[in-house]
Write a protein that binds this ligand. Structure first.
Ligand code: 16G
Length: 165
């Protein structure tokens, strides 16, 4: 419920009205040809993903029902300009609860300053609550901590650990 969100937007935008010429919507297969991977490449290494690889991976994600990949489509540019994903992870703990994970939050350089990161984060955080996740988490660079704190995320005392292959 967007009206229950306490984050303020100036100018006022919302999921249904994300700004002039912009549409906030779920990812679709055709977004491969609208620069979806190019936007992701502003975050990290994407590799050379073919249309077939993309379609196969996307079908898999849809089948699980646990991936909510948002994009912002810019009608004037004919391009995807931002994306963020919510994934729900299933647990036995907390009465067989779900945990939300926010991943791949990227706003293209061509579309900075339009509150799109804020819009996507607010949307996905509200969605994780709506989906009854007992918590929602994300990993981010130290320089982005202050940004995520605005949405109620707090630094955990737990250490984030990884093993890279
Ligand atoms: C950031 C992203 C994470 C992404 C990772 C990729 C957010 C909130 N965090 O941590 O989702 O998977 O970067 O970096 O967007 P990597 O390629 O080094 O794993």
């Amino acid at each position: 419920d967007w009206s229950s969100n306490t984050i303020s937007f100036s100018p006022s935008i919302s999921p249904c009205n994300p700004g002039e010429g912009l549409v906030l919507r779920p990812l679709c297969t055709a977004d491969f040809n609208r620069g979806f991977l190019k936007v992701l490449s502003e975050l990290t290494h994407t590799g050379d993903v073919t249309a077939e690889q993309f379609a196969k991976k996307f079908e898999h994600m849809k089948k699980t029902g646990d991936y909510y990949v948002l994009v912002v489509d810019d009608a004037n540019l004919g391009q995807i300009v931002a994306t963020a994903t919510l994934i729900t992870e299933h647990k036995f703990i907390h009465c067989c609860a779900k945990r939300g994970r926010v991943e791949e939050v990227v706003v293209s350089d061509v579309c900075r300053g339009k509150q799109l990161g804020k819009l996507m984060l607010t949307t996905l955080t509200l969605l994780s609550k709506k989906l009854n996740c007992y918590k929602v988490t994300l990993e981010c660079a130290p320089k982005n901590v202050a940004f995520y704190e605005k949405f109620g995320y707090t630094a955990s005392d737990e250490q984030y650990m990884q093993c890279r292959f």
